[in-house]
Ligand binder design. Structure first.
Ligand SMILES: Cc1cc2nc3c(=O)[nH]c(=O)nc-3n(C[C@H](O)[C@H](O)[C@H](O)COP(=O)(O)OP(=O)(O)OC[C@H]3O[C@@H](n4cnc5c(N)ncnc54)[C@H](O)[C@@H]3O)c2cc1C
Length: 445
């Protein structure tokens, strides 16, 4: 049975987060955007209210909520502030490689602590010289006895400045590309770990982004998340689980921009009537709503696939690039509806526009999502239609007449001309290709 309705528990979760986000987060966000600073106290409140780390598996004492619950939660948070939502979500991003790790000990050691104490964990694949091309990681991991020694710099790392733990991807040999990548859990206070100054940004200014420098950082074997050769796949599996959530950021931000625009259009007057009475505005609102709804469906489908144990790589990519690009259009339209006020800092649209620009860049740019999906479409997609050269485009033959079965039809594989007769013609009368260009398409089979 196909089912689009949330369960009563999911609806309760949604209502709880919505109430929390509007009451606690909304009033604080513009101040922190202006200060360009992470409001840690809001993260602490979300933690205290059980709204962080909801995906820690039951086995380690967590609630073990699924990706569906994560995207519901994220949509509500992002509707208020995509920057704060990123800061809250980042713990899950940092932890997914640990959940997926084959190293059971690391889960037993760290997950209960993250659950009990207000700990932040960040995720680091990117470096100053690479982001999209994960196989080209340069941060080095050198085996010394039972330990690894890490050297290098990770860059663009969300929450790096406030993290207690860091999921670091490195390589035993850059020349090995995918085969050399490994991953480690590094503690912030270990010798050789330092964090750079917060990177000033266009939007999401209430999330912290910084570089991490590793100088001869000794990582014990027990903190290996992925052994050399397994890190690249782990990073990709992590993205398959986290990309729907980026789609949920887009749904939340687009939804709130649309709601603000509806409110404004119903009240603002021009030419003696409300803006909402102009078809140009009402149709814009209809399309904004259409994009919010379609984006949410894609996000939920992909989260559902992941929760059902299916490979959600493709649906996650589609959800991410569709929803994040649709959100840009929606928020941009909202700004248009607000006119000049939309462009000012006195209304919420300009911040949303700045905040969501990031969504089609981090966690794999839109171009990378298109690479993934085009690779699938061209190589693995199973079509249901016959190939073009087998297409029985029969005309002038009544297939309801039993004698039609006695006639043969041949299709020219070059120009599509259909020839009727026992044999194909010696030459196509349209494109002049020889007899061998013809393929029998009728009777079928
Ligand atoms: C605010 C912020 C927070 C971030 N948080 C994190 C984090 O927590 N952890 C982390 O590891 N990283 C993080 N990132 C890094 C982010 O994931 C990268 O910026 C992103 O993956 C793109 O990498 P890049 O910036 O190196 O761009 P590049 O990889 O250099 O790409 C530049 C441009 O070229 C395009 N391009 C690259 N390769 C191809 C190709 N093969 N075909 C077509 N086009 C291509 C890209 O799509 C892009 O448009 C964050 C970035 C920002 C800005």
């Amino acid at each position: 049975m196909l089912q689009f309705e949330l369960s009563s528990t999911q609806k309760e979760l949604q209502a709880k987060i919505r109430e929390f986000a509007v009451r606690e987060i909304l009033p604080a966000v513009w101040h922190y955007d202006e200060k360009d600073e992470i409001p840690l106290f809001l993260l602490q409140k979300a933690f205290d209210g059980g709204l962080m780390n909801t995906d820690i598996p039951v086995k380690y004492g967590g609630r073990g909520l699924g990706l569906i619950e994560s995207v519901i939660l994220t949509e509500e948070m992002a509707a208020i502030c995509p920057g704060v939502a990123t800061s809250i979500f980042d713990n899950s991003l940092g932890m997914v490689p640990i959940y997926l790790s084959e190293n059971e000990k690391i889960k037993e050691k760290y997950l209960p602590v993250i659950l009990r104490e207000f700990k932040r964990i960040c995720f680091a694949t990117s470096e100053p010289t690479m982001g999209s091309d994960v196989a080209s990681i340069r941060c080095s991991a050198e085996k010394k006895g039972n330990d690894y020694i890490l050297n290098g710099t990770k860059y663009w790392i969300t929450n790096a400045g406030v993290a207690d733990y860091m999921t670091i991807f490195a390589t035993v040999d850059p020349a090995k590309q995918h085969e050399g990548i490994c991953a480690f859990l590094v503690e912030r206070n270990w010798d050789g770990v330092s964090v750079g100054k917060p990177i000033p940004k266009l939007g999401q200014r209430s999330s912290n982004t910084a570089g991490i420098n590793l100088k001869n950082v000794r990582v014990p074997d027990e903190n290996v998340i992925a052994q050399p050769g397994k890190g690249f796949v782990l990073a990709m599996k992590t993205f398959s689980r986290t990309r729907p959530t980026i789609g949920a950021f887009a749904v939340g931000a687009a939804r709130s921009a649309m709601e603000y625009a509806i409110d404004y259009a119903k009240k603002r007057r021009a030419f003696g009537t409300n803006l909402s009475n102009f078809e140009a505005i009402a149709f814009k609102l209809a399309e904004m709503y259409q994009k919010v709804e379609t984006s949410r469906l894609l996000v939920w489908k992909s989260a559902w696939e992941a929760d059902s144990g299916m490979d959600s790589t493709i649906s996650a990519s589609i959800a991410k690039f569709y929803a994040t690009e649709a959100a840009m259009e929606v928020v941009n339209d909202a700004m248009q509806i607000f006119g000049g006020y939309g462009y000012t800092k006195m209304f919420p649209i300009e911040k949303l526009l700045r905040d969501i620009r990031l969504l089609s860049i981090y966690e794999g740019t839109s171009e990378i999502q298109r690479l993934i999906v085009s690779g699938y479409v061209l190589n693995n997609y199973k079509p249901s239609m016959p190939s073009l050269e087998d297409l029985p485009m029969i005309r002038g033959l009544d297939l309801n007449d039993p004698s039609a079965k006695k006639v043969s039809a041949w299709r020219c594989r070059m120009c599509g001309h259909i020839h009727y007769g026992e044999e194909p013609p010696d030459e196509c009368p349209y494109c002049f290709f020889p007899k061998t260009a013809f393929k029998k398409v009728w009777p079928v089979g």
